[in-house]
Ligand binder design. Structure first.
Ligand code: NAI
Ligand code: MG
Length: 393
């Protein structure tokens, strides 16, 4: 097979720590690839007025597969205050580069697996009459990644055209007299194409990996138009998969049931905001940010990333103590995507063995406060965790 080129985007903070560790694991498992580095993140906002430089977009346009660490992102006004002096007041506006990547490459399907590893002390346990049990969680959230509340169509003090368009809806009457500066609007736009695509991808995945159910997790009783469209498309796709059950939950109830019967769910589909919420909820049952992995996939491009951010408080800590497993599991998703499933399985098995063995654990797994003292209390460093996994390979 032709050698792959993977665009590596470490980004900021601990992204720069965990991504190189993932490359060590990928080398060890025998994945043959050329890696090209691409710039992304805060320093490029500060020095160039663009956290996602065009050269990075070009590299991804060429190679179509990216491994991403994490970036630091800040609200618009804070970003404006930190831009370099020569660029200040030149009209630069900060946008999150990862959101930018998702939009530019139409990476509309975000996949977030949440699987518990036996022996992980962070696994959720549940009270029973005679003690506790530990449900096996194996949920894969499909989050619509480009539309909905995160599409960015929003205003404070909306222009007249927007106000008059909204006035055509009778329920807008009660807002009509609100002064512009007191009126903020964020739109939730769903398109049928994107709803259909995420439902199709979810069912395809459920079939390929043997999940019994696909749950559409929205709120159609209240948000009738957008959630309703997702449900409608889900029902249509489901008719082609008679062996897979189609379930429906409301996002609020789903979060309440999260700890009641998490083992009952398989694949879950949701819009952008609810997908973000429900995937963080399930990730919390299986170890949290040190384990939460994801893929942003489009028709012909994909970027793989841990869901955690740049964790600035650990950025300068040397040796680093953060858990690299979320980054490794994201790399496994990349291997699956590239049809290198055997290598992905080997890495996942090595991770499972290290977790089950229990002698090497990062501070989060030991429920310690993060910081240099964690090592003295028995926490493994990032590098030691990587070494332990590599040893099992
Ligand atoms: P964060 O995910 O960076 O960190 C939150 C806390 O989670 C950390 O302080 C740490 O205690 C823990 N944590 C995170 N990753 C860990 C790991 N691998 N191992 C062990 N513990 C870990 O989120 P926070 O603090 O809200 O945001 C920090 C920066 O990251 C912000 O600028 C934010 O905008 C950005 N961010 C970027 C994301 C991305 O690159 N996709 C996603 C989330 C946040
Ligand atoms: Mg989130």
């Amino acid at each position: 097979m032709a050698k792959r080129t993977v665009v590596t985007m470490p980004g900021d903070g601990i992204g720069k720590v965990v991504l190189p560790e993932a490359l060590r694991v990928l080398d060890k498992v025998g994945f043959e690839a050329d890696y090209v580095h691409a710039d992304i993140g805060w320093e490029f906002w500060v020095n160039e007025g663009n956290a996602l430089p065009d050269r990075t977009i070009k590299l991804l346009e060429e190679h179509r597969v990216g491994l991403f660490g994490a970036i630091t992102s800040k609200p618009k006004d804070k970003a404006a205050a930190e831009i370099s002096k020569d660029l200040a007041d030149k009209g630069y506006v900060y946008y999150s580069p990862i959101v930018g990547l998702r939009q530019h490459f139409n990476l509309d399907v975000c996949i977030r697996p949440c699987r518990s590893f036996p022996g992980n002390p962070l696994n959720f346990i549940r009270r029973k009459e005679d003690g506790f049990d530990e449900p096996v969680v194996d949920v894969v959230v499909f989050r619509q990644n480009t539309e909905g509340l995160y599409a960015g169509v929003e205003w404070t003090d909306p222009p007249d055209g927007v106000r008059s368009a909204l006035a055509t809806h009778k329920k807008f009457a009660k807002f009509e007299d609100v002064p512009g500066e007191d009126l903020a609007i964020s739109t939730r736009i769903f398109t049928r194409t994107a709803c259909r695509r995420i439902c199709e991808e979810a069912f395809k995945y459920a079939k390929k990996f043997g999940y019994k159910s696909v749950t559409i997790c929205e709120k159609p009783n209240v948000i009738r138009e957008t959630s309703g469209m997702m449900e409608e498309e889900g029902r249509k796709v489901a008719t082609r998969y008679p062996d897979i059950d189609l379930w429906h939950t409301n996002i609020d109830a789903q979060m309440m049931w999260l700890t009641k019967n998490p083992e009952d769910y398989g694949v879950i589909v949701a819009g952008n905001m609810f997908g973000d919420i429900v995937s963080d909820g399930f990730a919390g049952l299986v170890g949290g940010l040190g384990f939460a992995n994801s893929a942003n996939t489009g028709v012909d491009c994909a970027v793989f990333e841990p869901t955690h951010g740049s964790a600035p408080k650990y950025e300068k800590l040397s040796p680093s103590i953060v858990n690299p497993i979320a980054m490794f599991l994201s790399s496994c998703m990349m291997l699956d995507y590239l049809d290198e499933t055997d290598k992905a399985t080997a890495i996942r098995e090595a991770i499972a063995e290290v977790i089950a063995d229990g002698s090497v654990r990062t501070y989060d797994m030991l429920k310690l406060r993060g910081g240099p003292e964690a090592i003295k209390k028995g926490a493994a460093t990032t590098e030691q965790m990587t070494d332990a996994i590599i040893e099992r390979l």
